[in-house]
Write a protein that binds this ligand. Structure first.
Ligand code: RFL
Ligand code: PHB
Length: 408
C-alpha cells in the first residue's frame, strides 16, 4: 500500500472538484484530486452554458477567468416564447444591472485543468475503487487503485465532488440520509453544431409539441435542445429530423433565420430533481451533483455546484486560517438553504415550459396541469413583477455570508 498525505482529498475532477482544488490551493491548503475517467473524457461531456454573476466572480477569485473574459459572451437578457409569442426578459434592467455569462462548462473545466497542471497540484486520473473511510473520525482516509497499485491518503477532510453516480453519497449510511427525488416523464435531446445561432441571446420555447431551447456557445457555434420522451433514443434522431422538429417549436421569426448543419454532438439527458440531506457526514462533504440534481430549465446545475464550492471553500479557510474547526458543522445547513430555493425555481420553470401530455402530475391529468401552467406562464410574463421574479433568480441570488462558529 502506497501512503500519501494531504489536507483535503477531493473525489471527482468535474467543475466542482477542480474549482474547489484551485481556490484552496491558492490559500496554501493542499489537495489531492481523484478522478475515475480520463481528462479527455471529462472534457467530452457537453453540459452547461450559462454562468451566474456569482459563478463568474468565483472563477475570477480562483484566477481562471482570463479566457472567459475574452471569449465568453455577456448576456443582458433572455427570451421566453409561449407558442410562438416572444416575451423578452431584460435581466439587466430588471435586476439593477446584473447579467449572465454564456461560456461553456467544457471551457470552464479546461481552464481549471490547465491552472491545476500549471500549479503542479496532484491529480490522479483513471483511478478505480475509490473508498472514503473513517469519515467520522479526526483522521479520515481515502483508498484507491491507480495503475495496478493500491494507495491510501490520510487527510483532514474529504470533499465528495463525484457527481450523481459517485461513491461519496453512498458512504453516508442510508439511515443517516434522506433522499428527495422527482423524475420527469421527459428528457432533453441536445445538439451541438458549428452553425451561427438563431439568436444573440437564449430563447426558451414552450410549444404544444414540447419544449425547445435555442442556446449558443459563440457566434459560430450553436447548442439546441428538444424535449423528448424519457425512453427516446439518440439513434431515432437524424440531424435532419432534429432540425425539422426544432423549426416547428421555435418562434417563426427565429425559424426563418435557422441555419442547419452537421451535428458535432447529440445526446439525451433525463430530467430529475434530487436532493440528499444532510450534505455532510463527519468530515465528508457532498458538493455539487453528488448532493443534488436540478432539471436544466433554469440553467442552475453548475451554478449551484459553484455555490456549494464557495461555501465549503470559505468554511475551510476559517478552519485552516483561524483554527475554527466548529465552523465546518454549518456546511450542510447553509448549502441546503440555497439548494432548496434553486430546486424550487428549476422545478417551477420546468413545469411551466414543458408539455406533460396526458401524464398525470400532482394528482391531476397532464392536460389539466398543462392548462394551469400555461396560465401561470402567461401571468408571470405579462407583469413586470412576474418578469422581475424570473430575472432575479435566473441571474442568481447573492451568496450567504459565512459567519464564524462563535458568532452563531
Ligand atoms: P460532474 O460534472 O458530474 O463531475 C463529477 C466527476 O466525478 C467523477 N466521478 C468519480 N471520480 C472518482 N471516483 C468515483 N467513484 C467517481 N464517480 C464519479 C466523474 O467522472 C466526474 O468527472 O459534477 P460537478 O462537478 O458537481 O458539476 C455539476 C455540473 O456538471 C452539472 O450540474 C451541470 O452540468 C448541469 N447543467 C447545467 N448547469 C448550469 O448551471 N447551467 C446550464 O446551463 C446547465 N445545462 C446541465 C445543462 C446538465 C446537462 N446534463 C447533461 C445533465 C445541460 C445538460 C444537458
Ligand atoms: C446550454 O447552453 O447548454 C444551456 C443553456 C441554458 C439552459 C440549459 C442549457 O437552461
Amino acid at each position: 500500500m502506497n501512503k500519501l498525505n494531504t489536507h483535503v482529498v477531493i473525489i471527482g475532477a468535474g467543475p466542482s472538484g477542480l474549482l474547489l482544488g484551485q481556490l484552496l490551493g491558492r490559500q496554501g491548503i493542499d489537495t489531492i484530486i481523484l478522478e475515475r475517467v480520463s481528462g479527455d473524457y471529462v472534457l467530452g461531456r457537453i453540459r452547461a452554458g450559462i454562468l451566474e454573476q456569482g459563478t463568474v466572480d468565483m472563477l475570477r477569485e480562483a484566477g481562471v477567468s482570463q479566457r472567459m473574459e475574452a471569449e465568453g459572451e455577456v448576456h443582458h437578457g433572455v427570451d421566453i416564447a409561449n407558442n410562438g409569442v416572444v416575451t423578452h426578459i431584460d435581466l439587466h434592467a430588471l435586476t439593477g444591472g446584473k447579467t449572465v455569462m454564456c461560456y461553456g462548462q467544457v471551457e470552464v473545466t479546461r481552464d481549471l485543468m490547465a491552472a491545476r497542471a500549471e500549479a503542479s497540484w496532484p491529480t490522479y486520473y483513471e483511478v478505480s475503487d475509490v473508498q472514503p473511510q473513517a469519515v467520522t473520525s479526526q483522521q479520515p482516509t481515502v483508498t484507491f487503485s491507480y495503475k495496478g497499485a493500491r494507495y491510501q491518503i490520510s487527510c483532514d477532510y474529504i470533499a465528495g465532488c463525484d457527481g450523481y453516480h459517485g461513491v461519496s453519497r453512498q458512504t453516508i449510511p442510508a439511515e443517516k440520509r434522506t433522499e428527495h427525488e422527482r423524475i420527469y416523464p421527459f428528457g432533453w435531446l441536445g445538439l451541438l453544431s458549428d452553425t451561427p445561432p438563431v439568436s444573440a441571446e437564449l430563447i426558451y420555447c414552450k410549444h404544444a409539441r414540447g419544449f425547445a431551447l435555442a442556446s449558443r456557445r459563440s457566434a459560430t457555434r450553436s447548442r439546441y435542445y428538444l424535449q423528448v420522451p424519457t425512453d427516446d433514443k439518440v439513434e431515432n434522431w437524424s440531424d435532419d429530423a432534429f432540425w425539422a422538429e426544432l423549426k416547428r417549436r421555435i418562434p417563426p421569426a427565429a425559424a426563418a433565420r435557422l441555419v442547419t448543419g452537421k451535428s458535432i454532438e447529440k445526446s439525451i439527458a433525463p430530467l430529475r430533481s434530487f436532493v440528499c440531506e444532510p450534505m455532510q457526514y463527519g468530515r465528508l462533504f457532498l458538493v455539487g451533483d453528488a448532493a443534488h440534481i436540478v432539471p436544466p430549465t433554469g440553467a442552475k446545475g453548475l451554478n449551484l455546484a459553484v455555490a456549494d464550492v464557495t461555501i465549503l471553500y470559505r468554511i475551510l479557510c476559517r478552519v485552516y486560517q483561524e483554527g475554527d474547526t466548529a465552523c465546518a458543522l454549518q456546511y450542510s445547513e447553509i448549502a441546503l438553504r440555497r439548494v432548496w430555493n434553486t430546486e424550487r425555481f428549476s422545478w417551477w420553470m420546468s413545469n411551466m415550459l414543458h408539455d406533460y401530455g396526458a401524464t398525470e402530475v400532482s394528482g391531476m391529468a397532464g392536460h389539466t396541469f398543462g392548462r394551469f401552467m400555461t396560465s401561470e406562464l402567461d401571468y408571470y410574463l405579462s407583469s413586470e413583477a412576474g418578469r422581475t421574479l424570473i430575472a432575479e433568480q435566473y441571474v442568481g441570488l447573492p451568496f450567504e455570508t459565512i459567519k464564524g462558529s462563535e458568532s452563531k
